[in-house]
Design a protein around this ligand. Structure first.
Ligand code: ZN
Length: 147
């Protein structure tokens, strides 16, 4: 077996342990583990749709579906992050940095920030470089001190 297959088997182990060992249940455990693995490789904001479509594909009723979601899918996706998150993000920011970026609410905050250190600092009573029409002192200078 290759490294990926070994990793997949290790990943699926908790689900396999819960089966009675019948080929049918084992197959289901592996299918579910594989789906969670694939969902784990997705960016955070695409995961929910993938979880929903996997749950839909099983044709479960509402309560079975909720149970699967809470007891299997969510913990297994978290397990994916714990086992492999580091490896797949090794070219990005370190995981701790990545997490703090997420906690800052990056999609709401980052784009609103004015560029830093690009222009020379304006005088405090000059019009603000953000084109708000206010004096710098009462606009972005205040904002930059508040940060
Ligand atoms: Zn401004």
């Amino acid at each position: 077996m290759g490294a990926i297959a070994d990793a997949m088997t290790a990943y699926a182990q908790p689900l396999i342990d819960e089966t009675d060992g019948s080929p049918e249940k084992m197959q289901m455990a592996l299918t579910t583990a594989m789906a969670c693995w694939n969902i784990g490789t997705l960016p955070e904001d695409e995961r929910q749709a993938a979880i929903d479509s996997f749950a839909d594909s099983l044709g479960l009723d509402e309560s079975a579906r909720r149970g699967l979601h809470d007891d299997v899918l969510v913990p297994m996706i978290r397990r994916y992050d714990e086992m492999f998150g580091q490896a797949f993000q090794s070219r990005g920011p370190r995981r701790s940095d990545w997490k703090s970026t997420l906690e800052l609410g990056w999609d709401s905050n980052l784009e609103a920030k004015p560029p830093k250190d690009q222009a020379p600092k304006p005088g405090r009573y000059d019009p603000c470089p953000c084109n708000s029409g206010k004096k710098y002192k009462f606009c972005c200078e205040r904002a930059s001190r508040a940060r």
